[in-house]
Design a protein around this ligand. Sequence first.
Ligand code: ADP
Length: 554
Amino acid sequence: MQFDAILFPPRRAAMIAQGFWRDRTINDDLDACLQHRPDKEALTAVSIERGETRRLTYRELARLADRLAVGLARLGVERNDVVSAQLPNWWEFTVAYLACARIGAVFNPLMPIFRERELSFMLKHAQSKVLIVPKRFRGHDYEQMIADLRSALPELRHVLVIGGNGSNDFGALLEGAQDETPEAQALLRRNRPAPDDITEIIYTSGTTGEPKGVMHSSNSLVANVVPYAERLRLGDDDVVLMASPMAHQTGFLYGLFMPITLGARALLQDIWEPRKAVETIRSEGATFTMASTPFLTDLSNMVAETGLAVPTLKIFLCGGAPIPGPLVERARKTLGTKIVSAWGMTENGAATLIKPDDDDERAFNTGGCPLPGVELRVVDSDGAPLPNDTRGRLLIRACSNFGGYLNRPHLNGTDADDWFDTGDLASLDDQGYVRIDGRSKDVIIRGGENIPVVEIEALLYRHPAVGQVAIVAYPDERLGERACAVIVTKSGQSIDFREMIDFLKSQKVALQYIPERLMVLDQMPSTPSGKIQKFKLREVVKESAPSAQAAAGG
Ligand code: ADP
């Protein structure tokens, strides 16, 4: 597979000269751990689904990675081939990435919530050779789902099933792989990726009708993870809880990549149960976690309800979605944990963070200030810089910025000076702290999960009764936002909420993307040129009383 990461080469010389690109890969860090702390616990995977906790030392982790690497190579995976993994926060997730890194394969994490529609697009677009899935997770049969898609995916040579019982069993491949033979050792040495090679492709929900494949190299990932850990003063004695999905950039970077970079311990939880999280933090001594606001709300409510304190937890880093100040303030008091607010994207990682010594007020009111190697700029609609405290389009130029969208360079949104348009609206204060204040891009962020509005609207346009449709957000206390579909039907036609849900389900879309309310109007508010005025719809939807529909939406 050829990767058109055209944004990397022009950036390289300056990044190396300034020390922001370190020319390291995860292999260097894993090898360092193997050398200096082989018997340290690297990974503790608490699985609610499987009812077990799996512990791996660095030695065991590296061995499993080598074995899977050899197993994948034996299946025909070569350098620059894409290996997709649709996995929960299980130990196999970490092993799968490390195995890919051992042989220069490109890792493509896929969210467990994805269904046939998202999966078939992404697997095809990334030309994945191998897909790793659980047999079942949360009642869903992944093996069956992928079996139904196989015929339309000619590039996909192998599906490895965790808990499978056929010839495609992940465990059998791992067991059977001989990693100690001279040939295997030579293979593991020969195919190591270079720091500028693409190491990860991760899809971000499209604002353009289709998901976009964000390309990262080891250099662009390490350029975020190292300054992030330095700012937070995280080190090898930290225990990093990750209960947010590892198939999101947050989980991947800070629940997998960073702990190995630091030689720390990763503590994974596969299903979000706040009570279990509190127990795990207490029993395993978690010191740090990162997640979006609903996790913070739930954790703080659980601690308040049970009186079970979490004294080891030094920092809760909250980002990925708008962060309501009062929530952060309440959580700070209840948990007694420093709450660090952050802003970032899949394209660049958490790029702004407050500093641990900042006043709490900073976390209540801003998304922090740039990490070293990150520059921000707020501009007007013509691209002219705006004064401090003035709201405008947020641009970022960063050592951790992605290399481009796979096979879609025209969507890279990056100018000749390497400034990337984030699609967020924000202002900067005189100390460089950013305040995120809306979006120019059309996405809805439901509990940290971005809903691809344009894609779901396009699906609804296929319904025979739909004349016009617009999906807009309405506020929700826990999730921040939920989605409402506003529809004008074709004359003589009708659609109700249940029909809309059934229709979208029949399109095999991720359940979390399905609007939780429907409003049918006679006419859309539009500009003279016919463009739907979503800001007016948001007001109408916000003011109309939520119906029982939200509960039915799932
Ligand atoms: P993530 O994995 O962090 O959710 P995404 O790429 O899915 O990354 O979403 C990034 C978007 O999330 C940003 O462009 C912004 O709209 C939103 N976001 C991230 N952090 C914040 C924040 N602190 N405040 C408001 N919105 C945020």
